[in-house]
Design a protein around this ligand. Structure first.
Ligand SMILES: C[S@@+](CC[C@H](N)C(=O)[O-])C[C@H]1O[C@@H](n2cnc3c(N)ncnc32)[C@H](O)[C@@H]1O
Length: 315
């Protein structure tokens, strides 16, 4: 209900300040209600080690409420209006949380999100969507993103509180699209594996290769940095073999700088179940590959070893 006056006022205010503000899109200050902020932060399931960053922090309500709800977490806010930033820092001092909560005068597009574990936004929908690539690029995989009232377009929420105003939660996915290679030693034989992953935000699918055979990946999931998929594929001498891979995606970018949220390796385990035999578990370490094995020449040897694939001569 309160959004309607907000939008009506927006047209007038946007027209009035259009020459003053340097960026094309902005969202003027209109505070969230305490009840809506509590719903947002409940959905975030706050933890002691959280760093909650509000993009467009206004009078500081979201980080200050987070600090009240959890006495250990840290809060940050960035706002384009220096007066609001000063007021917010004063409120942090007045409420005795200035050691954990601070506000910066900064454009949200320039925010450093490396230390964020929760990013909150209550801005005009276009502005939130323009900030979407910034979050996906700079926030670490696993960061929870919370908005109220408006969603983030084609990036489907991982969770949502339905009643008005809606509150949405997304988990920032690791960037895993592309080719990955690794080896496994199965029954004394070293086998080269490769997959090519395709990604649409947190949804992934892909195709895998073991030796010269290829199969589609099954049950592929990605949640933050946690990835899992199954590859059912025939291995020479072992027959159809089920591989259940699960692991954590890691990135080399931890050495600092916003160099892109791109994963470099996966570390985890492979549960291997041959068609005849016991399940066993192996360590799994996959490396991102510039020249994925999946695309390496396949040759015709497999066909020559399996003459039943050829059309019978007597037909
Ligand atoms: C709708 S208010 C939300 C305030 C607060 N987050 C809350 O929920 O109560 C939007 C805020 O975003 C700030 N803002 C607008 N565009 C911004 C930008 N590009 N960078 C940083 N802050 C911005 C405005 O100054 C305003 O304080």
């Amino acid at each position: 209900m309160r959004i309607v006056p907000m939008l009506a006022t927006a047209t007038v205010v946007v027209a009035a300040v259009v020459d003053v503000f340097p960026q094309e899109r902005f969202s003027f200050f209109y505070p969230s209600t305490p009840a809506s902020v509590e719903r947002m932060l409940k959905l975030a399931e706050l933890r002691d080690d959280d760093v909650v960053i509000d993009l467009g922090s206004g009078d500081g309500l979201i980080p200050l409420t987070a600090a009240r709800m959890n006495a250990r977490l840290r809060g940050r806010g960035v706002d384009i209006d220096p007066k609001l930033v000063d007021e917010s820092n004063q409120r942090a001092r007045d409420t005795g949380v200035a050691d954990r909560v601070r506000f910066e005068h900064r454009n949200a597009f320039d925010a450093d999100l490396r230390e964020a574990t929760v990013v909150t936004m209550w801005l005009f929908p276009e502005l939130m969507r323009l900030l979407r690539p910034v979050i996906l690029e700079r926030a670490r995989p696993g960061t929870r993103v919370i908005t109220s009232t408006w969603d983030l377009g084609g990036w489907k929420p991982d969770k949502m509180l339905g009643e008005e105003p809606q509150v949405y939660l997304w988990i920032v996915p690791a960037r895993v699209e592309g080719g990955w290679d690794w080896d496994l030693t199965v029954s004394g034989k070293q086998i080269p594996y490769g997959v090519v992953l395709e990604q649409h935000f947190q949804q992934i699918e892909g195709s895998g290769r073991a030796g010269d055979r290829r199969e589609e990946l099954m049950s592929a999931t990605l949640r933050g940095a946690d990835i899992a998929f199954t590859l059912n594929i025939t291995l020479d001498g072992l027959g159809l073999t089920k591989h259940e891979f699960s692991g954590k995606v890691e990135s080399d970018r931890d050495d600092g700088g916003n160099r892109g949220n791109r994963a470099d390796r996966i570390v985890g385990t492979a549960r291997v179940t041959p068609s005849q035999g016991e399940t066993f578990t192996l360590p799994w370490r996959a490396q991102r590959s510039a020249e994925p094995r999946y695309f390496a020449p396949t040759g015709t040897a497999l066909f020559e070893r399996q003459p039943q694939l050829q059309v019978p001569q007597d037909r």
